[in-house]
Design a protein around this ligand. Structure first.
Ligand SMILES: [Zn+2]
Length: 154
């Protein structure tokens, strides 16, 4: 369980994620992110290591990203964008691990049993990127069905 207020402004984005109806197994990486930013400022982490958003991530941020209204903590020039990647056994071929719009995730959550969403914040200016949260969405229904299907292997 998240107790968001303790993390201050860094939680705004994550809180809106956790408000996602039906989100389960929420993991909050804001402390790790703070540590990374601290290392960066202290010179223990090089900017080219922290700000290494690849072309696919940048593209996903441009086309599927959610605006956060938060300024990048590294360059202080651009607003951060959140990219939501969805992983699960129930996606059709090629659909696993794709960046998806939030609306699409909400629709999928009503039809698919279970998938995990990884939220990555990206700065299109300097390339800063960090996994800030993960959570599970889905109807949760077929877990027992799946179990009974694979029970012969147990
Ligand atoms: Zn930046």
């Amino acid at each position: 369980m998240l107790s968001g207020a303790a993390y201050g402004d860094a939680m705004l984005t994550q809180r809106s994620l956790v408000d996602e109806p039906g989100a389960r197994c929420v993991v909050d990486y804001s402390l790790a992110k703070r540590a990374a930013l601290h290392s960066l400022k202290a010179g223990r982490l090089r900017p080219e290591e922290a700000c290494d958003a690849q072309i696919y991530l940048r593209r996903a941020a441009r086309y599927h990203g959610l605006p956060t209204g938060e300024t990048c903590p590294v360059c202080n020039a651009e607003d951060l964008t959140l990219v939501l990647y969805a992983f699960g056994d129930d996606f059709p071929n090629g659909g696993n691990g794709r960046a998806r719009a939030r609306k699409e995730l909400r629709e999928l959550a009503t039809v698919l049993p279970e998938f995990t969403v990884f939220a990555v914040e990206v700065c299109l200016g300097c390339g800063w990127n960090y996994l800030v949260a993960s959570y599970v969405l889905g109807t949760g229904e077929s877990v027992s069905r799946r179990r009974s299907r694979s029970s012969s292997q147990a």
